[in-house]
Design a protein around this ligand. Sequence first.
Ligand code: AMP
Ligand code: TRP
Length: 342
Amino acid sequence: MRIFSGIQPTGRKHLGNYIGAIRQYVEAQERGEAILCIVDLHATTVPYDAAALRRSVLDTAAMLLAAGLDPARCILFRQSDVAEHPELCWLLCAVTAHGDLNRMHQFKEKSARQRELVSAGLLFYPVLQAADVLAYRAEEVPVGADQRQHVELMRDIALRFNERFGETLIVPRHRIPEVGARIMDLQEPERKMSTTGSTEQGTIYVLDEPPAIAKKLKSAVTDSGSDIIRSPQKPGISNLIEVMAVIRETESADVELEFDGAGYGRFKQAVADAVVDYLTPVRGRYAELRADEAALEAVLAEGAERARSIAGETLADVREQMGVGPPRQRGSARQTLGDELS
Ligand code: AMP
Ligand code: TRP
């Protein structure tokens, strides 16, 4: 099974990214052919700094490798290295409803936040995301809950393409974890932890030092009760229970049982210890990996080459079906190469 996901090279990655998404990428290597893309073209849809973007791609690559992605067992690459993505994006525009793009939650939120320019890129963002996945004919897309609508849209796009131009694309499905798909801000547990919207004190970054992690968790907002149970009235404690369950690889109910009667103070301390233990090895490996930029670039270059060979075939089919470019001479490129070699 082919599994594809993308991650933005913007901002510092936080515990929500790690638990909701990065953890699943690492697991994907066990379950199938994992393809992970650092989506720098998506990052140009909001104001950004050009030099910082280049650095952030390497930050993100080092983070993913530190988390456990292994270039021998997955394809890790930078989106802008594979020109098939923007090309397919444009071609898919032919089967994308403008009205659907206008209705995307993320577009509405992000466009409302822009002070100067709401770029056209922001509107087309989900089409590029559809192209990312469909170019590889991936079946599964591991993401956090906030990406549900974008995956629904790429399914619609693939279905409409196949109806209009003949069976060409695979209709992918999302894989959203049952627990940890939406980690909340520790200070404002009604809001998701995020790079842009959440509070500094309420956001645990993967690269935070242990004392910072402990401080943020110990000052996490909870309600006035003392029971450690999940409930819509207790968003803060519910969030901590989820974090603990994911890290311990157990059920939330087991966490509730274990800390029954422990009180908030002890529970928060236990969560802090668990999060520190969870992230400390990642931070150590990150520092080592990030220092060697040439090695990171080499990993990305090799990934891009493998990615291009898959995406190139899909693009050849898509162009053929859509009547774009000269007719394909079936297998000719390879045939010629084969002839020359023999
Ligand atoms: P981004 O850094 O925005 O590219 O997001 C990378 C991945 O992290 C996406 O799959 C998101 O769905 C996921 N994600 C972002 N925020 C959270 C959160 N608070 N909880 C769980 N997953 C998240
Ligand atoms: N939009 C995704 C996010 O913000 C990132 C992304 C881009 C992505 N292309 C993708 C996720 C393809 C999954 C598949 O998190």
